[in-house]
Write a protein that binds this ligand. Structure first.
Ligand SMILES: *[C@@H]1O[C@H](CO)[C@@H](O)[C@H](O)[C@H]1NC(C)=O
Ligand SMILES: *[C@@H]1O[C@H](CO)[C@@H](O)[C@H](O)[C@H]1NC(C)=O
Ligand SMILES: *[C@@H]1O[C@H](CO)[C@@H](O)[C@H](O)[C@H]1NC(C)=O
Ligand SMILES: *[C@@H]1O[C@H](CO)[C@@H](O)[C@H](O)[C@H]1NC(C)=O
Length: 445
């Protein structure tokens, strides 16, 4: 008996111990996961290792003179203006106070070049990487980690250039190039001061699963194992287009906006994360926190977050047509100089998919050019235009005959139906008459 009791007591004790262990596990698990998940909870706000291990490597075009540029140098060579007028009484601006410009009312602030842009001042050209891919003495890259939860982190790698030179006539596809009058021989259009480009790598449990490449107003998304992606030591390669700095997965020519060509080649390799600022962004509060690489020399005394919240333009606002520097491409309304862009804050950093949730809207001109260019190879090129015209005219003639026939036939049917309806109403009348006579509706008199 005693042995049995002690056995059941032991069993009971064991179950209690197991239950306690189970409870402990249940209690511990979520907190343990949270601690492991929050990047900010890591000691000394350290950049997770996977963010640099899988960071993109950028091939700058061999002939592109406009290289990545230091953010602070860019600010120092510009003056904030509203409506082309300098804002008075400002302190010296830097990355730690730029957002004070948001409080100045009455219009959109534009960081406007201190120099005449048509003279292409030296600072517009940025800096070239050395043989190791590092851009020394400049920080042209901003990495922002959007931590959705413990498992899912989107890393945005922003690349900054002080100048974007748009396409010229040689980059316009046939036959639109014949429609554009090259009044200013070889002039580039769509040029602007300041240029923010980016890749976004989506991580799950520290492993990359997909990547976004920014290209002009939109871009392209790829699964990490997509065949089109080129890799070097597990890092995706990015080809920065000549002048525009749009990001592509391969060298060579790339068509954008239906009618323009971007050129890419493996010119000079840039390793952006070697000269970058790193941040953590809370998607719920939009709070940005400076974080650090393990062996970086960046001082933790400065936050360097104010520039992120600046919502104005990073370059000159589009010059009015009355400005002698401004030119317009006849018929298409394209301007030589357009406004500089807004910063990373407007790039839809909290995304469901790899692509921005709200794609930009196309103007009717872009839409028309798109339709025209998609029809051009099959139906409008050379002799095909005559075939297409004949087919179109035939369709129009057939349509006219068709409409005439259906109108005629419809009228006939309509009249016929009207007649039938008449009969319809007649029958009961006759009926009544008939029945009246036969059934003796006459009141008995
Ligand atoms: C900007 O300038 C234009 C023309 O000079 C003027 O009509 C407009 O009111 C100005 N806007 C602001 C915000 O000052
Ligand atoms: C277009 O721009 C490129 C690069 O700047 C230049 O080499 C070319 O000559 C220009 N085209 C024309 C027609 O001038
Ligand atoms: C950090 O500073 C030390 C000494 O000032 C220098 O030797 C080292 O190269 C720097 N490291 C980086 C990553 O810049
Ligand atoms: C950095 O951020 C903290 C907390 O928001 C603030 O107290 C501090 O003044 C900031 N430092 C600088 C240099 O802006």
């Amino acid at each position: 008996m005693a042995g049995q009791r002690s056995f059941s007591q032991r069993l009971c004790g064991l179950s209690i111990a197991l239950l306690a262990l189970h409870c402990l596990c249940v209690l511990c698990k979520p907190t343990a996961r949270d601690d492991a998940g929050s990047i900010l909870a890591l000691s000394n706000r350290i950049v997770p290792e996977y963010v640099t291990r899988y960071a993109p490597l950028v091939w700058l075009h061999s002939d592109d003179p406009f290289r990545p540029a230091d953010l602070l140098q860019h600010i120092r060579h510009t003056t904030p203006t509203i409506n082309q007028t300098a804002i008075p009484d400002l302190p010296e601006l830097d990355l730690d106070n730029l957002a004070i410009l948001n409080d100045i009312g009455g219009g959109k602030v534009a960081l406007t070049s201190n120099d005449d842009i048509t003279t292409l001042p030296a600072w517009l050209y940025g800096s070239s990487p050395d043989d190791s891919g590092r851009i020394a003495n400049a920080t042209p890259c901003v990495v922002i980690l959007v931590e959705h939860n413990a498992r899912n982190v989107d890393a945005f790698y922003f690349y900054f250039y002080s100048y974007d030179r748009g396409a010229n006539i040689t980059q316009v596809l046939q036959p639109l190039n014949r429609l554009i009058e090259d009044t200013e021989h070889g002039m580039h259009f769509g040029d602007h001061v300041g240029d923010w480009e980016h890749n976004m790598v989506r991580f799950r449990d520290g492993k990359p699963i997909g990547i976004w490449y920014s290209q002009h107003v939109s871009g392209a998304a790829y699964a990490w194992d997509h065949k089109a992606l080129l890799m070097k030591d597990e890092r995706p390669l990015v080809f920065s287009a000549y002048g525009s700095h749009a990001n592509y997965v391969s060298p060579g020519d790339h068509i954008h906006d239906s009618a323009l060509v971007d050129y890419c080649d493996a010119g000079r390799l840039w390793d952006p994360v070697l000269s970058a600022y790193f941040y953590h962004l809370d998607p719920a509060t939009f709070e940005l926190t400076h974080i650090f690489q393990p062996k970086s020399n960046v001082s933790a005394a400065t936050n360097l977050t104010s520039f992120f919240y600046y919502t104005g333009l990073w370059g000159d606002a589009q010059y009015p047509d009355s400005d002698p520097r401004q030119k317009t491409v006849p018929h298409f309304g394209l301007k030589r100089f357009v406004s500089g862009p807004q910063g990373p804050i407007v790039k839809q950093l909290v995304r469901k998919k790899l692509s921005p949730d709200n794609p930009g809207k196309k103007s009717w001109m872009q839409w028309a050019v798109g339709v025209f260019m998609s029809l051009y190879p099959c139906c409008l090129r050379g002799w095909r235009v005559w075939v297409s015209a004949t087919v179109a005219i035939t369709i129009v003639i057939l349509a006219i005959f068709g409409v005439r026939y259906s109108v005629k036939y419809g009228m006939k049917r309509y009249r016929a139906r009207k007649g039938y309806r008449k009969l319809d109403t007649d029958i009961p009348l006759n009926d009544i008459n008939g029945s009246g006579e036969s059934s003796g509706l006459h009141s008995p008199s």
